[in-house]
Design a protein around this ligand. Structure first.
Ligand code: SF4
Ligand code: SF4
Ligand code: SF4
Length: 250
């Protein structure tokens, strides 16, 4: 590719933490700018672009009106990348879909104002439930090194791949004491690696913010649950946190 691809960054519902991961690449920002020409990125520059080669989309779709904006981005871009778990699966915003009704969600959040006309009852969606997505970069937030690697591979015409082994592998390589042995439920046996087992290495359980591996070893998970006297329901509640459980996808 003789010219650098034109890259634009967009956000929907989220905390903007994934944009910050890109904005805070520090000296590695040079590596990103060697790969792409950034033509739109509200958080770090002014100006808008008419069209782009790669649209990086952060955030989940939480309003009907978001759909048209996202479709417009899709039409203007050759490739669309969902980056961050909000965009990949709906992320933490998807928790509201587990409630029995969207009206109850509105009442809980807005109380007496829940009947205001602009508040709709739209369930949270990942962006691929509205438009076609070419690449997923998971995590809450994304891992900066993984982001750079995947963008580089994309620009070289390769197909970027995610690790497909569980967080437990990275955790055991670090010789951590397993949290199950300390009375804490951890989703490491199911969760997709690539973060360096960041949470269990710092004493917190993995909550699968990067989704699960393909074909997770459910038998092994059942054996662990039996051994430590936990139920499937307790794991299901945790795995719902980042909207990665296919059972809760609408
Ligand atoms: S994935 Fe996490 S860090 Fe990224 S925008 Fe959503 S809530 Fe924020
Ligand atoms: S602490 Fe979690 S990630 Fe680490 S070995 Fe135990 S279950 Fe796996
Ligand atoms: S340990 Fe689990 S929750 Fe923590 S960053 Fe890694 S995948 Fe996400």
């Amino acid at each position: 590719m003789s010219k650098k691809p034109r890259a634009a960054f967009f956000d929907f519902a989220g905390c903007e933490g994934c944009q910050l991961q890109v904005a805070n690449l520090e000296e590695d920002i040079i590596k990103l700018l060697e790969l792409v020409e950034v033509v739109e990125f509200r958080e770090v520059m002014t100006g808008e672009a008419e069209e782009y080669d790669i649209a990086f989309v952060e955030g989940s779709i939480t309003r009907k009106s978001d759909e048209n904006r996202l479709k417009d981005i899709r039409e203007r871009s050759k490739l669309v990348v969902a980056y961050g778990q909000c965009a990949v699966s709906g992320g933490i915003n998807r928790l509201k879909n587990n409630w029995s009704s969207m009206d109850d969600v509105k009442k809980c959040v807005y109380g007496d104002d829940s009947n205001l006309a602009h508040l709709d009852t739209y369930p949270t969606r990942g962006i691929d439930e509205v438009v076609e997505v070419d690449l997923y970069i998971p995590g809450c937030p994304i891992d900066r090194d993984e982001f750079l690697r995947m963008v580089k591979e994309l620009c070289l015409g390769k197909t970027p791949r995610l690790p497909n082994h569980p967080v437990c592998v990275e955790c055991k390589l670090k010789e951590n004491i397993c949290l199950f042995d300390q009375g804490v439920i951890c989703l490491g046996p199911l969760a997709r690696a690539g973060c360096g087992a960041r949470c269990p290495s710092n004493g917190s359980p993995c909550e699968a913010c990067r989704g699960t591996v393909e074909n997770p070893n459910k038998n092994a998970m059942h054996e662990i649950l039996d051994k430590y006297n936990y139920t499937v329901e307790e794991i299901r509640r945790t795995i719902n946190l980042f909207g990665v459980n296919p059972e809760v996808k609408k």
